[in-house]
Design a protein around this ligand. Structure first.
Ligand code: MN
Ligand code: MN
Length: 460
């Protein structure tokens, strides 16, 4: 009669434990490759192609689409959608699991290079919600694309290989921090102080900004770029810290960007394990969630609508009524992380409703802040459908809440998909230290997330 969360570790057999370890290893590899939304998109496509997915453009050229076809559509190298075409009409609705591949980080400014007193810097503008003081004194690596004046594109990654240098941001020594220690946490490191140290050797003894000039010389020799090229570049600095096992019992994974690459991975794993389906299955990986889902590669863009219309067109049904029916009959899991109850910070959660570490993926009826503000707030009827789908495969899951009432809050892509009258509910992995340079996830919860998304695809 009573509701009690189940701890996965106590409720899985040896076979499931082996699966859990396999999935965790594969997930760690995924994290160490998919460090930005661009790299994640590339890796998702690579894995999808391995499993027989083809670019939708090829199907458009052929002019046909049939049940069992596996296709993907890419949006500007930063978002991707995978479709396993079902045997039913698209108008019966799609089964969509939607995650985001962007994570909090530091982006280089368009004119990033500067020099002050024998040190050259790269100026940044932080992306997403970060505690700025957490980003000093850790090793950072750079990933990005830059265009030369003639239009040639250069892709650059520095710092993720052992023999490559890393970068860092300085911190004030404790000896001289008497005044700083009394500052508010948000002012301890100011936004403009998030300057990445990039070099310290002068080019010569006479010129102005000799260290910066030396850095430009190195960049030009290595990549053929000049300072002006940064204007048409996108560079992201992320922690140069490899994803790895955590805990003496190896029960957890520590890594940057698990919001939301843990759900991205689980979504990918789930759809790649499907072969046939009645409903058309969709795995959606979008960008820009951390800054409000705006922009052409965020959930607010019409990428999904455009792609669904292409599918309907290939089926000879690209009329408005078929399109609207397809959207409104679709069912969605908004695959985004939630907070795991952290005994170190008890006040911000309410223990009966917060997701607990190791007790599985969290089904979260509402998010938002200040009285569910900005939240999708799923219907009871739909929650029941999802519960039945999970129960059918004996998925161990739990309920979650994004913090105690009025403790703060946050949002996901759920409300944007709900605009089509789709049924949507948030369902993602509990995370400790969310948005910090490294975040912590339980392997049990990762495993449960994969199982939940699979059962959604199979049973919804
Ligand atoms: Mn997220
Ligand atoms: Mn987030």
């Amino acid at each position: 009669m009573e509701y009690k969360r189940k701890n996965l570790w106590l409720n899985i057999d040896e076979n499931q434990k082996n699966d859990l370890e396999e999935i965790s290893k594969d997930y760690i590899n995924f994290l160490n490759t998919a460090k930005t939304e661009r790299l994640a998109t590339k890796e998702i496509i690579r894995r999808a192609e391995e499993k027989g997915f083809v670019n939708l453009d090829e199907k458009i050229k052929e002019g046909s689409l049939k049940a069992g076809d596996k296709v993907y559509a890419v949006n500007k190298e930063k978002a991707v959608a995978l479709f396993l075409i079902g045997s039913e009409d698209l108008e019966n609705g799609l089964a969509i699991v939607g995650a985001h591949t962007d994570s909090p980080r530091l982006d280089l400014k368009p004119v990033p290079l500067s020099e002050d007193t024998n040190i050259a810097y790269l100026k940044t503008h932080y992306y997403g919600g970060v505690k700025k003081y957490q980003w000093t004194t850790i090793p950072l690596e750079l990933h990005g694309v830059i265009y030369k004046k003639d239009g040639e594109k250069v892709e650059i990654s520095i710092g993720d290989k052992e023999d490559e240098p890393v970068f860092t941001i300085s911190e004030l020594l404790i000896h001289l921090s008497r005044k700083l220690m009394d500052e508010k946490a948000r002012d301890v490191i100011k936004g403009e102080q998030l300057q990445i140290i990039v070099g310290s050797i002068p080019l010569d003894k006479d010129s102005e900004n000799p260290v910066k000039k030396n850095i430009l010389k190195i960049l030009n020799e290595k990549y053929g770029i000049i300072e002006e090229d940064f204007i048409t570049a996108e560079f992201e600095a992320v922690p140069a810290i490899k994803a790895r096992n955590a805990g003496l019992d190896n029960s957890m994974i520590i890594a940057h960007g698990q919001d939301d690459r843990v759900c991205s991975y689980a979504t990918l794993n789930a759809i790649l394990s499907m072969e046939n389906s009645k409903k058309t299955l969709v795995a959606l990986f979008v960008d820009k969630e951390e800054i409000g889902s705006y922009g052409a590669t965020g959930m607010s863009s019409q990428f999904l609508e455009n792609t669904i219309l292409e599918l309907l067109n290939l089926k000879g049904k690209a009329d408005l009524i078929s399109f609207k029916r397809t959207l409104k009959n679709s069912k969605v899991l908004s695959a985004d992380v939630t907070l795991a109850y952290d005994p170190n910070f008890k006040d911000v959660s309410e223990i009966d409703n917060a997701a607990q570490f190791g007790c599985g993926v969290a089904l979260t009826k509402y998010t938002g802040s200040g009285g569910k503000g900005g939240s999708n707030d799923a219907n009871a009827e739909y929650l029941q459908e999802v519960r039945a789908a999970f129960d059918k495969n004996n998925v161990i899951y739990q309920t979650g809440e994004l913090g105690a009432v009025d403790a703060g809050g946050g949002g996901t892509i759920a409300f944007i998909l709900a605009e089509y009258c789709m049924d949507v509910v948030d369902c993602g992995t509990p995370v400790i230290s969310m948005h910090a340079p490294t975040e912590l996830v339980s392997k049990a919860d990762l495993y449960s997330t994969v199982e939940a998304y699979k059962s959604f695809y199979q049973n919804i």
